[in-house]
Design a protein. Structure first.
Lengths: 345, 429
């Protein structure tokens, strides 16, 4: 019994003592997108090894989750930087401002392509965005222009040039930024090309978005979880299936999987970099200006991220699968980090 | 008359017996079937388990070795380790590679430099800083090869594939073959896996940071959940009156044991981070959240082991004039302790494998530094496994399995100690 009461009081004391530990922080805290995560962690590691500062802590919370944490306020208990695989929304800027986070520095990091890939055991697929929409949308316009549940079961039902295999696409769940970008770029891009839907877009934008952004739920599209690696492994096992994932996974597994041509363009490093490949997006991170100078190392971290050795054409981020921006864009954002220019929407 | 009665009776008897005999056959057959179902069930479970072990071990065994390159580095006496930066060490390594392959054209040099790990300079830096008197000498040092080279050496990259489909090009294969011929490239035991923190370069990554994080987290969990759990169990079992309030508490504890663990994470986020203002990503908070999760398990196990102490012991002690506290402290608790410890260890093992509640409090994160205390940012073993499984680099696949092996080893050790404790101290009445 004595032992028990002793250890109880020691534990209670310990909790009280540690409660005061939150006051100081000498380590950068970063949250946000799982797509930017592999790049941000590579920079953080190099920064930690070369600068003498502690290695920043990076959480993979998703773009939306990261911005939510980021906008919660100014102070050591809130993160300093958030990564995003899309641009910050004006609603998020307002939310930030309401919580006192008024000065934000925006840094564009580079580009990421979204790949529709399959196993090398099968042929390369050549699709248009329109065909992607027709294959994966929940509802498509029928012969009379009215919306009908997607009737296509085989790729060849859409167009005879496509293979006569079952439509089976593995992709990320709705919480993923990759899914957001895929829906916006490929599905919406394809829907715009269909006359009936293009007209709908002019008359009722909301209704158009509802159609363009809804992915079918009848088993042709399989939500395979946030883990892109898992999708890649499943593709290997099933040569008839296609998967949707980030370019870096294609880059690392080029011996086993291949990317489909979208609109006649292959998802290669060069095609994504010069904007030819249609399904690519920009990656960003956002810095809380009020924390610069308070949390040690933020300026140096920014300098490391924006150095040519990191995000340049031959930098280590390119090795990790990031597609660098053109030199003048890099110069622009590097300057923004040096002057800590405020975000302009 | 009696004869006929006898015979009818005998016939009836005969009929009954034959019925029983037939029935008996069916009953025996049913028992046999049931036994074979049981055997099949056990066989299926064993098969699943052995498949799991086989895949994990066959995937993970190769991670115990890492390809390293023997490099000759000239440390000129003009160099000063105090002021040397990362780039200076990188130049030394590049120069050494160029000396090994002097005829490589300028445009191919990038491919040549890619044979050695991106982070090799850091090991060179540590080596030189630890031995400053090496300056002025030419040293020989084994540095880690890049992950792609490692995968090639381990046979995970197929040389027969067309060059564009491989991450290692023909020229690099030629260089590697030349190194192999010179015994300058070798697979060595991968100590980094056990001594380093996380890294984005698979060849440098290790799970030491996560293991230390798990240790601190479990330490906090144990320090909080064992005393609280045992005290709660002792009070409820030995002192509390039996009324609807204690019934209500008991039902609630049993319910809590079945609550999904992510809920405890949400509670931890609201309570410990937002309300108490404790640091994010800290094992302290992780331990507190896991305490909430394991408490019901420990309380239930402790109560069961208190219940199994025969009342005669309590009555005898009371009869000798001991107070109730003395009865519990001197007699009941020592007898119930082995069972309590078993429950605690099983609860701890459960906590060791948990990731969901830690997601909410920021412990699912890339943390390269090995934590020095329970308030330093840290991650835990299962999170490390999750993060590696999600990394695009091929070399992380084997490391994921290696980390799973380590976690399984810890779990087996903990469960084994629970079994031993029970065997050693358990008493039967």
């Amino acid at each position: 019994m004595r032992f028990l009461s002793k250890s109880l009081s020691v534990a209670a004391l310990g909790v009280v003592a540690f409660a005061g530990a939150a006051e100081a922080r000498d380590q950068i805290q970063i949250v946000g997108s799982s797509t930017v995560f592999p790049f941000a962690t590579a920079v953080a590691e190099t920064f930690g090894k070369t600068s003498g500062f502690k290695t920043p802590v990076i959480e993979s919370t998703g773009s939306g989750g990261g911005l939510k944490l980021f906008c919660e306020g100014v102070g050591v208990q809130h993160p300093d930087i958030t990564n995003a695989s899309r641009r910050i929304k004006s609603s998020e800027v307002e939310r930030c401002a309401k919580n006192g986070v008024t000065d934000i520095v925006e840094v564009k990091v580079g580009y990421d392509g979204i790949v529709i890939g399959n196993s090398k055991a099968s042929n390369v697929l050549e699709v248009s965005k329109e065909q992607i929409f027709l294959a994966l949308a929940k509802e498509i316009p029928g012969a009379d222009g009215k919306l009908i549940p997607n009737p296509h079961t085989k790729w060849s039902d859409i167009d005879s040039s496509l293979p006569a295999t079952k439509i089976e696409v593995l992709g990320p769940p709705p919480t993923s930024g990759t899914r957001d970008a895929f829906v916006e770029l490929a599905m919406e891009g394809g829907a715009k090309k269909i006359k009936v839907l293009a007209d709908l877009r002019k008359s009722d934008k909301k209704a158009f978005k509802a159609v363009a952004h809804s992915i079918r739920e009848d088993g042709a599209f399989v939500e395979a979880g946030e883990n892109d690696n898992l999708i890649v492994q499943k593709l290997e096992a099933n040569p008839n299936a296609f998967g949707i994932f980030g370019f870096s996974f294609l880059d690392q597994n080029s011996d086993k999987i291949q990317g489909s041509k979208v609109g006649g363009t292959e998802p290669t490093f060069e095609n994504i970099a010069d904007g030819k490949y249609g399904v690519s997006r920009s990656l960003y991170f956002y810095v809380k200006k009020a924390h610069v100078g308070v949390i040690p190392g933020i300026e140096e971290y920014l300098a490391e991220f924006t150095s040519e050795g990191a995000w340049g054409d031959d930098g280590y981020l390119a090795d990790k699968g990031l597609i660098p921006m053109p030199a003048e864009e890099r110069a622009k954002y590097k300057k923004a980090t040096e002057t800590l220019a405020n975000l302009t929407m | 008359m009696t004869d006929t009665a006898m015979t009818t009776e005998a016939i009836k008897q005969e009929e009954r017996q034959s019925k029983i005999r037939a029935n008996l056959k069916a009953r025996h057959a049913a028992e046999k079937r049931f036994r074979s179902y049981g055997l099949v069930a056990i066989g299926a479970a064993l098969l699943a388990l052995s498949t799991l072990f086989f895949t994990i071990i066959s995937n993970g065994a190769s991670a115990l070795f890492q390809t390293e390159v023997r490099m000759t580095i000239q440390l000129d006496s003009t160099l000063d380790p105090e002021t040397m930066r990362a780039g200076d060490y990188q130049i030394l390594i590049k120069k050494s590679l160029r000396d090994m392959f002097p005829d490589v054209a300028r445009r191919d040099r990038k491919d040549l430099y890619a044979v050695v790990s991106n982070g090799a300079w850091y090991e060179l830096l540590n080596h030189v800083q630890a031995n400053p008197d090496l300056v002025g000498q030419t040293i020989e040092i084994w540095l880690p090869a890049a992950d792609d080279v490692d995968m090639l050496m381990k046979g995970y990259i197929d040389r027969e594939l067309p060059e564009s489909d491989r991450r290692v090009n023909d020229q690099q294969i030629a260089w590697i073959d030349a190194l192999v011929a010179n015994d300058a490239i070798e697979k060595k035991f991968n100590t980094r896996l056990f001594t380093s923190g996380d890294s984005r370069e698979p060849e440098l990554a290790g799970f030491a940071g996560a293991a230390v994080g798990s240790f601190y987290t479990l330490l906090v969990t144990l320090a909080l959940s064992f005393p609280i759990g045992v005290a709660a169990a002792v009070y409820l079992e030995e002192f509390a009156p039996k009324n609807k309030w204690t019934d209500l508490i008991e039902v609630n504890i049993n319910n809590l044991a079945a609550v999904p663990s992510i809920v405890f994470g949400l509670l931890g986020l609201a309570l410990f981070l937002n309300w108490f203002g404790l640091p994010r990503s800290a094992p302290l908070v992780g331990g507190m959240v896991l305490t909430l999760m394991t408490l019901p398990t420990i309380i239930i196990a402790s109560r069961a082991s208190l219940k199994s102490v025969p009342p005669s012991i309590r009555e005898a002690a009371l009869g000798m004039g001991a107070s109730r506290l003395q009865v519990v402290g001197h007699h009941v608790l020592p007898l119930a302790l082995p069972g309590m410890l078993t429950g605690t260890i099983i609860g701890m093992a459960q906590a060791l494998g948990e990731t969901a509640p830690l997601l909410m409090i920021g412990m699912v994160a890339f943390i390269a530094d090995i934590p020095g205390g329970p308030t330093d940012p840290a991650t835990v073993m299962p999170v490390q496994i999750y993060l590696w499984a999600d990394s695009p680099e091929r070399a992380f696949v084997e490391r994921t399995s290696a980390a799973i092996m380590a976690l399984l080893a810890f779990l087996i050790a903990m469960n084994l100690s629970a079994v031993l404790l029970r065997k050693r101290f358990e008493r039967r009445w």
